[in-house]
Design a protein around this ligand. Structure first.
Ligand SMILES: [Zn+2]
Length: 335
């Protein structure tokens, strides 16, 4: 027997209702949000709100309590302290974390990885083989992110190099055994070429990273995530079909939290991507980027309450730029 602390689910303090055991059920974040505390969203699966970009219920990191303790995603380097604090709240000894998985290497998913790996001496980091070299030597990735993000780059922080021998390169199809459950890596390019979704085979939950777009739980709204420079529309739609074929019971979005009607969410998001494609082709010809973001906000997202207008508009502008770049790269909008 190991002498580590008992599972956090038994140590939780009062005030938070327990999940019903044995049903493999999942809890939604709902109107109230996570209230800044780690939330057990499924048996042994905790959602930690990193408060990324100063917003609640936008940037998530998942912790899985199992024989081999596992973190999925890391948040940016600016918020890795919040991840450590959330582990403290769960009474998880940092040294006992064995696996860190990142769905892809964008800074809001993997930026904190190098800093967290310093605190997790036993851990190995799992990343797509195309992403691994950039986490070992981040300079080029940081330059590319700075070009892609412009003024908001500073909110994303930085990357700390991770020694290659502490990382495991994946292609998709591999299985990671946590002791009580198995995680399967699923190749899901589109948002980025090196994107992996992660299927929990026992609960049939999918950690979607950015492959299923973004979900605002408090508004129950879907919004694509289609960033410059690698976004590819047909690949992104195929990735959602790939995940649907796995027949998930719940999607665990990095942005943000669980959504239980998984197949419907995937189908609806595909419709969103197609609608955005049509609108992006129009705005690209008709107006500048900022004007286009404001127009799309007014048309489709003015009722969003969970996030302030400038924040949502920045997301919209990032998405439109990704579509425009996709058209340039593929000649998809050549008239
Ligand atoms: Zn991303």
């Amino acid at each position: 027997m190991e002498n580590g602390p008992p599972p956090p689910s038994r140590q939780r303090e009062g005030g938070r209702p327990s999940l019903k055991r044995g049903e493999g059920d999942f809890r939604s974040v709902g109107q109230a949000g996570t209230s800044g505390r780690p939330l057990e969203v499924g048996e042994g699966t905790y959602l930690m709100d990193t408060q990324m970009f100063g917003e609640s219920d936008f940037g998530g990191v998942y912790f899985i309590e199992d024989k081999r303790r596992t973190l999925i995603e890391t948040g940016t380097s600016r918020v890795y302290g919040n991840v450590l604090e959330a582990l403290d709240q769960l009474r998880v000894d940092h040294a006992t974390v064995e696996n860190v998985v990142v769905t892809h290497i964008h800074l809001d998913h993997a930026g904190g990885a190098g800093f967290l790996m310093d605190r997790f001496p036993k851990a190995r980091l799992y990343v797509h083989e195309r992403g691994l070299p950039h986490l070992a030597s981040p300079q080029r990735l940081l330059e590319s992110a700075s070009r892609a993000l412009g003024a908001s780059f500073q909110d994303y922080g930085t990357l700390k190099p991770i020694p290659e021998e502490r990382m495991v390169a994946l292609k998709g199809g591999e299985v990671l055994d946590l002791g009580g459950r198995e995680l399967e890596f699923v190749s899901t390019p589109g948002h980025a070429r090196h994107h992996l979704a992660v299927l929990d085979r026992s609960s049939r939950a999918i950690f979607t990273g950015d492959a299923a777009g973004i979900y605002f739980p408090r508004d129950r709204r879907l919004i694509p995530t289609t960033p410059f420079p690698e976004f590819d529309l047909p690949d992104a739609v195929r990735a959602m079909e790939t995940m649907a074929r796995l027949n998930p019971r719940v999607l665990l979005y990095t942005h943000f939290g669980p959504r239980k009607d998984a197949l419907r969410a995937l189908r609806d998001q595909q419709v969103e991507y197609e609608r955005w494609d049509r609108r992006a082709r129009e705005t690209r010809r008709a107006m500048g980027l900022e004007e286009a973001a404001a127009a799309v906000y007014d048309e489709w997202y003015a009722d969003v309450e969970a996030f302030p207008r400038p924040f949502v508009e920045r997301t919209i502008a990032t998405n439109l730029r990704g579509f425009y770049r996709f058209y340039e790269r593929t000649g998809a909008d050549a008239a």
